[in-house]
Unconditional design. Structure first.
Length: 841
């Protein structure tokens, strides 16, 4: 027997058995499953570790220590560390999968000083310091999937060394930074949400490619590149920050930005590397705008280098400051601006497209580049597109305003939908402007000749005014007479009106024209003064009745006092329908009278009254929304002569009026309001005669009166309006009215005193039918070419006036009167109520 061979075989068999036992032991350790609560630190040194949904590991310091070369940790339960980390890795972990909760104390949920092949989180990672702290280790793939959350920490992810691939499809929420990295991240892809009280992403290291299709937002900064390198930034989602959406410091390097999403907030590049931005494709525009949404405008600060718009579609809602450098649109980019945007520096365009959005805001603004330096536009395109109101022949737009030198070359191609667009260079206030004017194309002859002629611009004719209301025609013609460009607001209004008028609707034209005209108050502003005179007349009548006593058939119980002091409150409502194509109104007013009078002799009594009234007038119809507030302060003198039995009442009033108006202009693509403040005066004189006739215990008095009034309203210039403000000339109106009628009254004695009810009916006729004329022009037009004239409605010719009143006369020379008056005509109604208290001395 060969003993040597036997020994060899025996040894081989022994080694094989030993190896098999080792494999079996390793397989046994690889199947560690924790499905019940476990207290104390767990040292994971080999194989795989699984914590089921019913299991947990709760360590006093660290939950799980992994210091060897181990396999896969799958957690569906809870792993928690007391004062340190939930999981501390200082070896090699093949894969770490969390579907449950991993929490740390003052360290991190996962603290890595070794190597983790794949870290996948679809559960919750939470800790005081960080969700994941990659301190001195390496993570090949870090994936926070949809449903995964890193929250309640100072940092969501804190990276000091290397993460090859970082993907977030879930939520990273931190009080400090969402992702904080001083190491290297090969690719960072976010399709979920990264939000933080500090920075969404802060980097002082290197990020190869940062791609965002979700939301990255921070308190001050969305992305803060503080001394680091970001090779490329691709955004199709939203990046936002209150200070800056994207900040790249002086010692940093920021590569090309490809933006087909929204960058909401300022962009600051303080390095000397050019800032390169490209946009979306097809119909997608990447947006560069301010923080906070709406029309908030942002700022791009890049004073040490150029800003280059390279390719794609971009909506620019940011001012740009490049210092002495330039903004270059020399590639194939479409740069759309919907409002005036300032470029502090220079602008160059030798390719690309400047796309001007018309009426991108409610004030009718359109896109314009305001360049503080020099402009060179030798080729490329300028395109005008509608955003609010339609494009129409005759519109013109200042698309570039250059403070320095400007070269608007012949190589530029202009377009505006189906209209012909042409550009011209115009000097205004020392600036060189590029003005684009739209005109209708020349129709191609039929039959079409060969070769087909190219449509050429035709001279812009005066647009046809399709309005039918005279005032609307006047104001629209005034506006369309504007040929300047020096007032951006007025030019906005001009273009918006042309766009709406191009639709050919008479109703639309009337509405626009009426809103453009000065506010009409009609007779509403004078009504309180006339009512005050009526009150004074009624007061004088009550005095005469009291003095006449038995002669009138009314026993009042009042004594023959020499002096009387009285006060009266009154209020009323007046409304008028549309008349003569002038919109109607609804007015409410209230006032107070304080007066004193004295008996001069048995026949004459005279007195004076201070009056105050406040009137609120609201227009109706197409000008609904226009309001006028009138405060009136006046003095009224009055006298009464008592004949036998006839009498005459005389009164005169002067009032100082303060007007406050708000005029609303609301048309497609333009909405604004203009405010006016001006003063006026009103002068009124009235004579009234009556002849009391005894009718049993009652008194019937035929009445006749004549009233003359003159009103002056001062000139004024409105404020606000965004171009719709008017300069309105002074105007005046006069009136001559007569009234014929009668009143019936009878006194009754009661335990409270004498009660005297009264019924009065009159016919009021207006002799002056002159319509109030008002001259106006648009305040933004310094040349006066927009002047126009409007007229008010014809005064109401005939009115029916009916009043009801009752007076309580006390024996102690105290009287209380209540009175209601109604004036009515076709389309007009006025109602007044009064309350008077009088004491004789």
């Amino acid at each position: 027997m060969n003993t040597q061979k036997l020994k060899l075989k025996t040894k081989t068999m022994t080694l094989a058995v030993t190896g098999a036992l080792a494999v079996m032991a390793q397989a046994a350790t690889a199947q560690v499953v924790i499905n019940t609560p476990t207290t104390g630190r767990y040292s994971w040194s080999t194989g795989d570790l699984t914590v089921t949904s019913t299991g947990s590991i709760s360590g006093y310091g660290t939950g799980v220590n992994a210091g060897s070369n181990v396999g896969t940790l799958t957690n569906s339960g809870i792993i928690s560390g007391g004062s340190s980390a939930g999981i501390h890795s200082f070896g090699t972990i093949g894969a770490l999968i969390n579907n449950g909760t991993i929490s740390g104390g003052y360290n991190a949920a996962i603290f890595n000083e070794g190597r983790i092949g794949t870290l996948t989180n679809s559960g919750l990672l939470t800790s005081h310091y960080a969700g994941i702290f990659n301190y001195t280790g390496t993570i090949a793939v870090l994936d926070n999937t949809v449903g995964g959350t890193l929250s309640n920490a100072t940092f969501g992810i804190n990276n000091h060394t290397v993460i090859d691939t970082l993907t977030n499809g879930g939520l990273i929420n931190a009080s400090g930074d969402g992702i904080n990295s001083i190491g290297t991240i090969g690719t960072l892809t976010n399709s979920g949400t990264i939000t933080a009280g500090g920075n969404g992403i802060w980097s002082a290291g290197t990020i190869g490619t940062l791609t965002n299709s979700g939301l990255i937002t921070g308190g001050p900064y969305g992305i803060n590149n503080s001394g680091g390198v970001i090779t490329a930034l691709n955004n199709s989602g939203t990046i936002a920050g209150a200070n800056d959406a994207i900040y790249s410091g002086a010692a940093s390097s920021l590569g090309a930005i490809a933006n087909s999403g929204v960058i909401a907030g300022n962009i600051a590049n303080l390095s000397s590397h050019d800032l390169s931005i490209s946009g979306g494709t097809g119909t997608i525009f990447g947006s560069l705008t301010g923080y906070g949404g709406g029309n908030t405008i942002g700022t791009i600060t890049n004073t040490l280098s150029n800003v280059a718009f390279v390719s794609g579609n971009l909506l620019l809602n940011d001012h740009i400051n490049v210092g002495s450098n330039a903004v270059n649109n020399n590639g194939t980019a479409v740069l759309q601006v919907n409002r005036p945007v300032t470029i502090t520096g220079n602008y160059n365009q030798t390719g690309g497209t400047l796309q001007v959005g018309v009426a991108g805001t409610s004030t009718g603004q359109y896109g314009e580049l305001v360049v503080t330096g020099n402009t060179t536009m030798t080729s490329g395109a300028v395109s005008v597109v509608p955003n609010g109101y339609p494009l129409a022949a005759g519109q013109r737009f200042v698309v570039v305003d250059t403070a320095g030198t400007a070269n608007y070359g012949s190589g530029l191609i202009y377009s505006a939908g189906g209209l012909i667009a042409s550009g011209s260079s115009t000097i205004t206030s020392g600036h060189t402007d590029l003005v684009v004017t739209l005109s209708a194309p020349t129709p191609t002859p039929t039959p079409t000749p060969t070769p087909t002629p190219t449509p050429t611009p035709t001279p812009v004719p005066s647009p046809a005014v399709v309005a039918t209301a005279p005032n609307a025609i006047a104001s629209v013609r005034g506006l369309l007479s504007y040929t300047g460009i020096s007032s951006p607001g007025l030019l906005n209004l001009y273009n918006a009106a042309l766009g709406s008028l191009s639709q050919g609707s008479a109703a639309t034209a009337n509405r626009i024209g009426k809103q453009l005209a000065p506010t009409q108050t009609g007779s509403a502003s004078t009504a309180p003064t006339f009512d005050a005179l009526n009150v004074v007349g009624a007061h004088v009548d009550s005095l005469r009745v009291a003095q006449a006593g038995a002669e009138t058939g009314v026993a009042t119980g009042e004594g023959p006092a020499q002096w009387g002091v009285w006060g009266q409150a009154f209020g009323g409502h007046a409304s008028q329908d549309e008349h003569d194509n002038v919109d109607g109104y609804s007015a409410n007013y209230a006032g107070l009278l304080l007066g004193a009078d004295r008996a001069i002799n048995d026949r004459w009594r005279a007195g004076a009254v201070f009056s105050y009234s406040n009137t609120a007038i609201n227009n109706t119809g197409d000008t609904a929304g226009d309001t006028t507030r009138v405060n009136s302060y006046g003095l009224i003198g009055y006298a009464s002569f008592a004949g036998s039995p006839w009498y005459v009442n005389l009164s005169a009033a002067v009032s100082q009026q303060q007007y406050g108006t708000t005029r609303v202009v609301n048309l497609q693509g333009f909405s604004s309001a203009a405010d006016g403040h001006y003063s006026g005066q009103q002068y009124v004189a009235r004579a009234e005669a009556g002849y009391p006739l005894a009718l049993g215990n009652a008194t019937l008095t035929p009445l006749a009166s004549l009233t003359y009034s003159y009103q002056n309203q001062g000139s004024y210039t409105e404020s606000g309006g965004n171009g719709a403000a008017l300069s309105v000339g002074s105007t005046h109106a006069s009136s001559v009215k007569s009234s014929l009628g009668a009143k019936l009254e009878q006194g009754f004695s009661t335990s409270y005193g004498a009660i005297v009810p009264q019924l009065q009916a009159q016919w009021i006729h207006e002799y002056d039918h002159t319509r109030q004329t008002t001259g106006a022009g648009f305040a933004g037009d310094a040349t006066g070419q927009t002047a126009f004239t409007t007229v008010g409605a014809t005064p109401v010719q005939d009115l029916a006036d009916i009043s009801l009143g009752v007076t309580l006369l006390r024996a102690n020379n105290l009287s209380l009167s209540v009175r209601y008056e109604l004036q009515a005509a076709s389309g007009f109604i006025s109602q007044t109520g009064t309350l008077r208290l009088r004491q004789l001395f």
